[in-house]
Design a protein around this ligand. Structure first.
Ligand code: SAM
Length: 404
């Protein structure tokens, strides 16, 4: 059967908790407008970019060079002159800037109340460990990543949580609800994969590196309530927010700790499971091997490491790689382009995992039925019914040995 148009979720449907910002009627309207503009760009304008490439840009390139573009860089240089591409790209960048403005204005006008709510939960909590000696890495502080002023770490007031609240409020807008009402579709996909591929397994200690507000660590903690989850990040404001968010959602088995993945403050072999979600593309060429060596070091013999990311460019058609590369050149994601050409198998082998341990798999976010009710006649539990949920590549390895 043909897929019906997906319902359009509203920002009003976001899952609430004690530190989630409130929005007025007009603020909700602004978020919803931006979300629908994003959907319109993806569904109605973006297909024209491919059409422009196929019918104008690629033929002109072939006429000039006597061949097709060899890689994403040649496609980009040719496409940058195309008016339809320029229109789509400029609007996409603009929605990102407006989304940041919308989130920050909502958060800043109620920052005192939000911070008080976070303070009430965080004060004296042994599950929030901040360390002011942690230096924000250059790759996470020099550029305002995805147009987010001040990044994840900037504190404009004492005990700031604004970057976390802005991130939480805006993720729903940029993903148009496709990650679910708690924007945790990535973490839920990891849990589904683990339950299917490691049935009966109960990791005792789980480490999540670069957790931001912990929205993808929470489903892991919920799925394995007896596990102790440690979620680390270098940025204090997102940890304060993430801790208060998790506690308010009734999740008490996550310890949020300010620490760098480049120097994980735990002993060798302490974790049965080490995860990251959409993390590596915001690091650097030098940091990646350092962090992967740490992953290998803190993983217990027999332990599993699993990393959710967008697919690598090897074996990808140049046009698709060019489209995926958009964020690097237009959305302040400077490492995105380089990260997606790294040989991840070699990276893991050089970090201590044995040759042949590396594996790749795909994961798909679960459809949140509160946002997207199943269309009549669709397969129960089908993930494909609206074709809207994101699909990721995940990679990982098992460290040789047997878990204690
Ligand atoms: C793209 S966000 C990760 C998003 C999150 N994991 C998720 O599930 O969507 C990158 C995060 O990594 C953090 N970060 C950057 N470098 C880091 C490092 N060396 N160690 C730990 N966290 C780091 C940033 O502060 C930021 O919160």
């Amino acid at each position: 059967m043909t897929n019906p148009s997906p319902p359009q979720p509203s920002w009003r449907q976001i899952g609430r908790h004690a530190v989630f910002p409130n929005a007025t009627h007009d603020e909700v309207a602004r978020f919803d407008f931006l979300m629908r503009l994003n959907m319109h760009l993806a569904q109605a304008v973006q297909p024209g970019v491919k059409l422009a490439y196929d019918t104008r840009v690629a033929p002109a390139f072939a006429a000039e060079h006597g061949r097709q573009p060899a890689d994403r860089h040649e496609v980009r240089k040719a496409m940058q002159k195309d008016l339809h591409y320029q229109l789509w790209s400029a609007l996409r960048r603009n929605t990102m800037e407006q989304r940041q403005q919308a989130g920050r204005s909502v958060v800043f006008r109620q920052l005192a109340q939000l911070r008080a709510a976070a303070d009430k939960i965080n004060e004296g909590a042994s599950t929030l460990k901040l360390d002011s000696s942690i230096v924000q890495p250059r790759y996470a502080s020099v550029v305002d990543i995805h147009c987010m002023p001040g990044n994840y770490h900037t504190e404009e007031v004492a005990r700031d949580i604004a970057p976390g609240a802005n991130y939480d409020a805006g993720l729903f807008v940029t993903t148009a609800g496709a990650l679910g009402s708690y924007s945790d579709g990535g973490g839920q996909a990891v849990v589904d994969w683990l339950k299917k591929n490691k049935p009966g397994w109960s990791p005792k200690r789980i480490l999540d590196i670069g957790c931001t507000i912990g929205h993808n660590a929470v489903p892991l903690a919920q799925a394995y309530p007896d596990a102790q989850v440690v979620a680390i990040d270098t940025a204090a404001p997102v940890l304060r927010y993430g801790h208060a968010r998790a506690v308010s959602l009734g999740v008490g088995n996550i310890e949020f700790q300010q620490a760098s993945g480049e120097a994980v403050p735990f002993q060798e072999g302490e974790f049965d499971l080490v995860t990251t979600a959409m993390f590596w593309h915001e690091t650097s060429t030098k940091a990646m091997p350092r962090i992967m060596k740490e992953v290998h070091r803190v993983l217990a013999p027999g332990g599993l490491t699993l990393h959710l990311e967008q697919p690598q460019y090897q074996n990808m058609a140049p046009f698709e790689a060019f489209m995926r590369d958009w964020d690097s050149y237009n959305n302040n994601e400077p490492f995105w382009t380089r990260m997606h050409e790294v040989d991840l198998d070699a990276l893991m082998t050089q970090s201590g995992f044995p040759s042949g341990a590396y594996f790749e798999t795909t994961m798909q976010a679960k459809v949140d039925r509160t946002l997207f009710p199943a269309p009549a006649g669709s397969e129960p539990g089908s993930h494909e019914d609206y074709g809207r949920t994101p699909k990721w590549t995940a990679f990982g390895a098992i460290k040789p040995g047997a878990l204690a």
